[in-house]
Design a protein. Sequence first.
Length: 177
Amino acid sequence: MTSMALAVCLLFDRRTDEAIRALWERLEALGTRTLATHTHGRHVPHLSYAVLREYDVAAVADSLDRLPCGEPLSLRFDAVALFRRGRAALVPAATEGLQARQAAVVRACEDSGAELHQHYRPGAWIPHSSLATRVRREELAATAAAAFDILPLEARAPACALIDSSTGQRWPLPRLL
């Protein structure tokens, strides 16, 4: 078992990826550090179904591979969230289909023996695409204003991957979850 942080992520289509990266650039120009420059600098725009604290990558991938293949997801980002400790994110509508997919992913991860981060338990999970992890209080208004400038954002999520958040290493998943 590895102890770091492994995320099961939905990855966005090129248009959505570019829109979020452009927002990261704008926020950086305003003085807010975003995922573009956070830690290893290899972050990609995404939405995490699950974040795992203890896991075996091969076991998680094998368990996820047993889930039915899903269709590309359409998401509508229409809100900005400011979480505790300064995390800023775009928030999509938490549709019944999105919540059902997330719950299935969590079950598969737990079936692999992985330990799920508490904020990703179904019922506690708030779907989001992170913009910045440590927004200072004086940056909140400008961060929210810049994010609202690109909303609503109609997004497509045609791919999934396992991503080690500490290194940026990615394991593409062969099927959409």
